[in-house]
Design a protein around this ligand. Structure first.
Ligand SMILES: Nc1ncnc2c1ncn2[C@@H]1O[C@H](COP(=O)(O)OP(=O)(O)OP(=O)(O)O)[C@@H](O)[C@H]1O
Ligand SMILES: O=P(O)(O)OC[C@H]1O[C@H](OP(=O)(O)OP(=O)(O)O)[C@H](O)[C@@H]1O
Length: 230
C-alpha cells in the first residue's frame, strides 16, 4: 500500500529507467533505509528482480514511493494525483494532453517525432486519402490538420515502420533517434514534427502542497543537469 506521508513518483519501465535512476541517484535519491538504517543505492531497488510495483526510496530524509508503470500511464497517475511526480516523455505528454506541471527537462530519451515514408518519391494515388500509421493518433491528426491535409490515422501499438512496407499505411508518425530503424526498413524522414525528451512532471496541487520537498528535488535536478558529469 501507498503511505501518503511518502512523496509518490511514477516512473516508466523501459528504456529511460536506467538513465533516470542514475540522475535521481546524483541528486541524493536512495533506496529506503532498512531496519538497521543501512541505505542501498537507488538502482538496487529499481532493478530488483521482483513483481512489486511500488519500490521504496528516500529523498532528503523523507520517504519516496516509486510506482513502476508503462510509460504511457505515467501522466494519468500524475494528473489524477495518484502520484505527486512523474517521469514522462514529451511525446506522451503531448499525445495525452495532460494538465500537469513540467518543471524540468531531464535531457534523457532525446529523439524526434517525425513523419516518415518509403525512401524516394512515393506519392499517394489521386482520389484516396493518405493513411498514416502511428502510436500517437492525436499528435498525427493535429499535425496534418495544422497543414490542412486530410488523412486517415491508423492506430498501431509498435513496429510502426512495418505499416508502409505492407500497405497498411502510406506514412508513419513515430519517434526517430539514430534513424537505424527507418533505414533498415527502407524508409526516410519526410518531415520533422517536434523534438522529444524526458520531463519531470508534477501534479499541480502537489506542487503547491509539497513545495518544500518537490522544490528541493527540482533544484537538485537543475543543478545536476548544468554541472558537467564526473
Ligand atoms: N528510439 C528512442 N530513442 C530515445 N528515446 C526514445 C526512443 N523511443 C522512445 N523514446 C522515449 O522513451 C519513452 C519510453 O519508450 P519505451 O520504448 O521505453 O516505451 P514504449 O515503447 O512507449 O512502451 P512499451 O515498450 O512498454 O510498450 C518514450 O515515451 C520516448 O519519450
Ligand atoms: O531511430 P532509432 O534509434 O532506430 O529508434 C527509433 C525506434 O525506437 C522506437 O521503437 P521501440 O524500440 O520502442 O520499439 P517499438 O516498435 O516496440 O515501439 C521508435 O518507435 C522507433 O521504432
Amino acid at each position: 500500500m501507498i503511505s501518503r506521508a511518502a512523496l509518490v513518483m511514477a516512473v516508466p519501465k523501459g528504456r529511460t529507467l536506467g538513465p533516470v535512476s542514475k540522475l535521481l541517484t546524483k541528486v541524493g535519491v536512495t533506496a529506503a533505509p532498512d531496519a538497521k538504517g543501512t541505505v542501498a543505492p537507488l538502482a538496487s531497488v529499481l532493478s530488483e528482480d521482483s513483481r512489486a510495483l511500488i519500490r521504496r526510496a528516500s529523498f532528503a530524509g523523507q520517504p519516496l514511493d516509486m510506482l513502476l508503470l508503462k510509460p504511457d500511464d505515467v501522466p494519468t497517475y500524475v494528473e489524477y494525483g495518484a502520484a505527486d511526480l512523474g517521469i514522462a516523455g514529451r511525446d506522451v505528454l503531448v499525445e495525452r494532453e495532460v494538465d500537469v506541471y513540467q518543471p524540468v527537462d531531464l535531457g534523457i530519451g532525446k529523439c524526434r517525432m517525425v513523419v516518415a515514408g518509403k525512401a524516394g518519391d512515393h506519392s499517394v494515388p489521386a482520389g484516396r486519402m493518405p493513411r498514416v500509421a502511428t502510436k500517437f493518433p492525436r499528435t498525427a491528426a493535429a499535425h496534418f490538420a495544422r497543414k490542412g491535409i486530410q488523412v486517415e490515422v491508423v492506430n498501431v501499438q509498435g513496429s510502426v515502420e512495418l505499416a508502409p512496407l505492407v500497405g497498411l499505411a502510406d506514412y508513419i508518425v513515430d519517434l526517430v533517434e539514430t534513424g537505424t530503424t527507418l533505414v533498415e526498413n527502407g524508409l526516410e524522414v519526410k518531415e520533422d514534427i517536434a523534438k522529444v525528451s524526458t520531463m519531470l512532471v508534477a501534479n499541480r496541487a502537489s506542487y503547491k502542497l509539497r513545495g518544500d520537498v518537490i522544490g528541493a528535488l527540482v533544484s537538485g535536478l537543475r543543478d545536476a543537469l548544468t554541472k558537467p558529469s564526473s
